[in-house]
Design a protein. Structure first.
Length: 306
């Protein structure tokens, strides 16, 4: 590898992380590949952050900047029971320059970007991540996520038990976030990125609501257990202001129907009574009938108690 300038590398990585943070604040935590491909400008040069799925090093850098998992890619990258991400080598040759680039990143404790493919051309960016171990015999790297504050720590600061515990904790939270984000993206795609109740189409205001809550046995994070709802109607659904019958018709709780309030209640809640929710085009993505029945029974119980 050519002469490595630690200082310039650190500035480039910090700039990349700041640029990505601004993208997330503007567009949400799942970003389209076309947006990521634009990269950012640094000292008059365009720096790209993502390439073909796998290990990517921008032309202006001497070590990899990012790793990518494609949703339909050839590698089975996944979080293992310990919470670490098991990231596969490029091909089967540990000596390949991309694999050696990640070994170099591990040895120099370089923070990386990780782009986790949720759907085709839609990625959840995670940073900073660190290569903590390489296993040539298994053609696998072990990756951990850390707090963004770790980026400013000098590379020669020894890792202590506090840092190790923090990294394991952040990695565990990230694993859950990946699963929750995947659920949201799949539900929103099925419902054509609109609220099933009011048809609002602003991604930033849409949630994937569980029909049966996720801690319960039937509360799996699958499309059939989800409804795409705007923030208002998600809260109304969770608090049993409204329910969805098994025939997909909306019911508003009688005491809420009887209230007298401003236009938001009148049009955004009461006006929904008796209307049908919008459904995915694919029948196999429709809400599962038994889940709707169970949820509707809970709505009726809340109505009786109210």
């Amino acid at each position: 590898m050519a002469t490595f300038d630690h200082k310039q590398d650190a500035v480039l990585r910090s700039t990349a992380f700041g640029w990505l943070a601004r993208l997330v604040s503007l567009h949400g935590e799942v970003l389209p590949r076309k947006l990521l491909e634009q990269g950012f400008e640094f000292s008059g040069e365009r720096v790209h952050v993502i390439g073909p799925p796998g290990i990517f090093r921008p032309r202006v850098m001497r070590a990899p900047l990012s790793i990518t998992t494609s949703p339909n890619g050839p590698y089975d990258d996944a979080f293992d029971p310990s919470g670490r991400l098991r990231y596969r080598f490029r091909g089967k040759d540990p000596a390949h320059r991309d694999n050696q680039g990640l070994v170099f990143a591990k040895e120099n404790r370089l923070p990386l970007l990780y782009f986790h493919g949720i759907l085709t051309s839609r990625y959840l960016p995670i940073w900073p991540v660190y290569v903590v171990q390489d296993l040539p015999e298994a053609l696998t790297f072990l990756i951990e996520v850390d707090d963004v504050a770790s980026v400013s720590l000098p590379a020669d600061v020894p890792r202590d038990q506090v840092a190790e515990g923090r990294r394991q904790y952040v990695t565990t939270l990230t694993r859950r976030r990946v699963h929750q984000t995947a659920f949201r993206e799949r539900v929103l795609r099925a419902y054509r990125r609109q609220c099933a109740v009011c048809q609002l189409r602003h991604d930033e205001l849409l949630d994937a609501a569980h029909i049966i809550p996720d801690p319960e046995p039937d509360g799996e994070p699958v499309v059939n257990n989800g409804l795409s709802l705007c923030r208002l109607h998600h809260a109304a659904f969770d608090r049993f202001f409204l329910g969805v019958r098994p025939d997909h018709v909306i019911e508003v709780r009688p005491d809420v129907l009887a209230e007298s309030d401003g236009p938001t209640l009148r049009y955004a809640i009461q006006g929904l009574h008796g209307k049908r929710i919008a459904l995915p085009r694919k029948r196999d993505e429709h809400p599962t009938a038994y889940r709707l029945e169970e949820r509707y029974e809970r709505f009726l119980a809340a109505t009786a108690a109210g």
